[in-house]
Design a protein around this ligand. Structure first.
Ligand code: FAD
Length: 262
């Protein structure tokens, strides 16, 4: 299996860096091939702007989605973005690894998504009709590939529990898991989350490393999160609301996961 890590930590000698080493070592020992996009080491440009579209008329107003679609179709996206496209095409599994910063990914990784997810590549794919709303949420360019998050937090597991003050981790990560990974078609595995990591002793690190080794060993067999497919009949088109007969009265992120028994 080909595994791509997109790694977003400014310090390679960090806890995140050490966990990345553990993950790579485990995967390679099992015969998998690994590539890493270390975004800080690459000097990744985080902001999407006019410089991303060298073919754009300098006098034309910038519409990012339109410019992105035109540049993708013409093969004129910048070389750094095209290199990430090649890695994504190569990968069977993509892992985004980052410390939780202000309840989400560091800006450099968000910038990777903004720039690499070109129109026509990751969104704006497929036909819109009365029965389909494009190829997304379970369908799309990344269909057949797996993805997962490796995340470290300062907050405790309890702080991210169902009634924890930070909100449930499943909800905190929903915009990334569902909005960024499931949207272009990845099967999204449950995340690996290391909580309360700011003061860690050797035993604490070994416990985290051992859990991560197990997740890496089972990368190709772990069941994905059972998000509902957009075009599978569960949603009304074009409102894209869950059918009223499914989970009647329920709202929120959780309704987009299929429950056992339908
Ligand atoms: P490091 O700081 O590198 O290390 C953490 C601990 O692990 C240290 O004790 C270190 O000694 C130990 N360690 C490192 N490497 C090893 C090793 N090889 N072997 C053994 N021990 C090791 N947290 C939240 O929960 N929610 C937030 O919204 C949030 N927002 C943040 C925003 C910002 C801007 C910042 C800077 C932090 C925020 N945090 C938040 C905390 C953050 O998530 C954690 O600090 C981070 O996840 C820790 O990961 P790290 O790789 O940076 O750890």
């Amino acid at each position: 299996m080909n595994v791509l890590f997109v790694f977003a930590h400014p310090e390679r000698r960090s806890l995140n860096g050490a966990l990345l080493d553990v993950a790579i070592e485990t995967l390679e020992a099992a015969g998998h091939t690994v590539q890493v996009s270390d975004l800080y080491a690459l000097g990744w440009k985080a902001q999407a702007d006019r410089a991303d579209f060298p073919g754009l008329d300098p006098d034309a107003p910038l519409n990012v989605a339109a410019a992105s679609g035109a540049a993708f179709a013409a093969g004129t996206l910048t070389a750094d973005v095209q290199a990430e496209h090649e890695k994504l095409r190569w990968a069977d599994t993509v892992i985004l690894q980052f410390p939780l910063w202000w309840f989400t990914m560091p800006a450099i990784l968000k910038g990777w998504v903004d720039r690499v997810y070109a129109y026509g590549f990751a969104y704006g794919v497929g036909e819109h009709s009365s029965t389909r709303w494009g190829d997304r949420y379970g369908e799309g360019s990344m269909a057949g590939k797996r993805a997962m998050l490796i995340v470290t937090t300062g907050g405790w597991q309890e702080h991210y529990s169902g009634r924890g003050i930070n909100g449930p981790m499943e909800d905190v990560l929903f915009p990334i898991n569902h909005g960024i990974l499931y949207y272009p078609g990845f099967d999204v595995l449950p995340p690996y989350v290391a909580h309360r990591t700011n003061r860690l002793d050797a035993a604490g690190f070994e416990a985290l490393a051992s859990q991560l080794r197990e997740r890496m060993r089972t990368l190709d067999t772990t069941a994905p999160i059972p998000y509902r497919r957009q075009n599978g009949g569960d949603y009304l088109i074009p409102s894209m609301e869950l059918r009223p007969d499914l989970e009647p009265g329920a709202t929120g992120f959780g309704v987009h996961r299929e429950k056992a028994g339908g």
